[in-house]
Design a protein around this ligand. Structure first.
Ligand code: DGY
Length: 327
């Protein structure tokens, strides 16, 4: 008998076919996220779960699946939706989807940087609204991106991929580490200079967030931190919304203590703080950092590969976050 797996949202056919070849697959039949009750009931009796970041996988969910559950293969690199210690305590492996979305997410961070600094969505709205005036040398002046200072907060896979792209724009690279600075004070991969968070906040023309959401990084940028930025700086967030105190961000924008923001993630998705909507100096995207056809297939295949490794081959999944459960 094939192991039972629950897929909580429809994924590309290539991914679903691979899952069906290997598992007795249950798929969310609706074109929407499952309610909590629907999810808890669908999880019952599963050997593996393939959830998205919209599903909270906590002790209750793990217990609802029952003692047969062996693996939760998250369809995201971020795993703040999963209580990993609770899974570990129950002997359940947890995996994520690193690497395959690094470049795609970094591309989007650059897109937000360019869009907000060069006022791309605003210009598009003007053209569509039929209010393109005659060419005017003082019209729609934005800010240069090239040769400015990029301050990365966190320098993991995506942060480094952003640094690589920014180097092509001649940007000066500085970063505040999620941890300690390396010996010598320079990241050996990107060449970015390691500084304290306060120094990065004070020096950066563009701040780009690349830390995971944890208890430590929740509201990493609050009112006190946002008071330290240059008034001409732009904030880019493609990481997780709650890393920024959204109310404090709105207040900083209201007070012109920040020039603008490019945001792909929000504190209470899918809600967006009303103080962000309707401002021309803020570019908003609906959490689409990894949303390309190619990358979404690659993420699905990666999650499926993790399930197959454990449930079919009896091996350690390649992206296991708590390998101690397999020891
Ligand atoms: C992730 O993978 O963590 C993204 O936020 C969703 O694709």
């Amino acid at each position: 008998m094939k192991p039972k797996v629950l897929l909580t949202r429809r994924l590309p056919a290539k991914v679903v076919d691979l899952l069906k070849e290997n598992f007795e697959l249950s798929v969310n039949p609706y074109d929407r996220a499952l309610t909590r009750e629907e999810f808890l009931s669908a999880a019952r009796g599963m050997d593996g779960l393939l959830p998205l970041l919209t599903e909270r996988i906590d002790g209750e969910a793990l217990d609802a699946a029952g003692p047969g559950l062996k693996i939760v293969a998250n369809h995201a690199v971020g795993f703040n939706n999963i209580d990993v210690p609770a899974a570990t305590a129950r002997g359940v492996a947890v995996t994520n989807t690193p690497d395959v979305l690094t470049d795609t997410t970094a591309d989007l961070a650059l897109a937000l940087m360019l869009a907000v600094a060069r006022r791309v969505p605003e210009g598009d709205r003007i053209c569509r609204g039929g209010s393109f005036p005659e060419w005017n040398p003082q019209f729609m002046l934005g800010a240069d991106v090239h040769h400015k200072t990029l301050g990365l907060i966190g320098l993991g896979r995506v942060g480094r991929a952003v640094a690589k792209r920014a180097a092509g724009f001649g940007m000066k690279l500085i970063y505040a580490p999620h941890g300690e600075c390396p010996q010598g004070g320079v990241d050996p991969v990107s060449g970015a200079k390691c500084l304290s968070l306060d120094e990065v906040l004070a020096q950066a023309d563009f701040l780009s967030l690349h830390v995971p959401l944890t208890e430590e990084t929740h509201h990493l940028l609050g009112a006190a931190e946002l008071a330290k930025t240059k008034p001409s700086a732009f904030l880019i967030n493609t990481a997780r919304g709650p890393v920024v105190d959204e109310q404090a961000l709105v207040e900083a924008l209201d007070a012109n203590r920040l020039a603008g923001a490019g945001l792909d993630v929000f504190e209470n998705e899918p809600q967006i703080h009303p103080g962000l909507v309707g401002r021309d100096n803020v570019v908003l995207l609906p959490h689409v950092g990894s949303a390309t056809a190619e990358t979404r297939i690659a993420m699905g295949i990666k999650a499926a590969t993790n399930l197959i490794a454990l449930l079919i081959k009896g091996e350690e999944p390649p992206d296991c976050l708590n390998p101690q459960v397999l020891a």
